[in-house]
Design a protein around this ligand. Structure first.
Ligand SMILES: [Fe+2]
Length: 161
């Protein structure tokens, strides 16, 4: 969808139709952020799906201690955040205040903080878990967190810490 969006906007964005209530231009601009964000989040999600080959590493443990009161407290909050999410649960580094937060998105492009950098990304759309877990979101979230490849997460943390 991103290619079609880019091609359409480049060919003729019909900027004269720009209107906050709706229309051609607004529709494609909404599609642009939705599809680009969807690609990015899915790539990060699949990169941080794993089989728990390594335990959480130093910088990640440090950030959970500093910003959440410890790994277990961070995990408890991330689990609650995921349970409440309709689209995504993400541990982000928020650059303006230099803090880490667990945030939830109900759509690919709705609910994010503008200056956030994604550290750990969990897909909470039903398509991500329903075939394997049906309505048991708790089991899906637990399995995800028990399986995170923490070396991948440590590399992301090192970029911002
Ligand atoms: Fe998904």
């Amino acid at each position: 969808m991103t290619n079609l969006t880019d091609k359409t906007l480049a060919a003729d964005a019909k900027i004269a139709t720009a209107n906050a209530s709706g229309g051609y231009y607004r529709g494609w601009k909404k599609t642009e952020t939705y599809s680009v964000s969807g690609i990015i989040l899915h790539e990060l999600y699949f990169q941080n799906l794993g089989n728990n080959s390594v335990p959480p590493e130093d910088k990640f443990l440090q950030l959970t201690q500093k910003y959440f009161g410890g790994f277990d407290a961070w995990r408890q909050d991330f689990t609650a955040c995921a349970t409440a999410a309709r689209g995504w649960c993400i541990l982000v580094y928020e650059q303006r205040t230099a803090t880490f937060r667990n945030i939830l998105l109900d759509l690919h492009d709705e609910g994010n903080i503008a200056t956030s950098y994604p550290i750990l990304v969990l897909d909470m759309y039903e398509h991500a878990y329903f075939l394997d877990y049906a309505t048991d979101k708790a089991a899906y979230i637990k399995r995800f967190l028990d399986s995170v490849p923490w070396d991948v997460i440590e590399r992301r943390v090192e970029i911002v810490m």
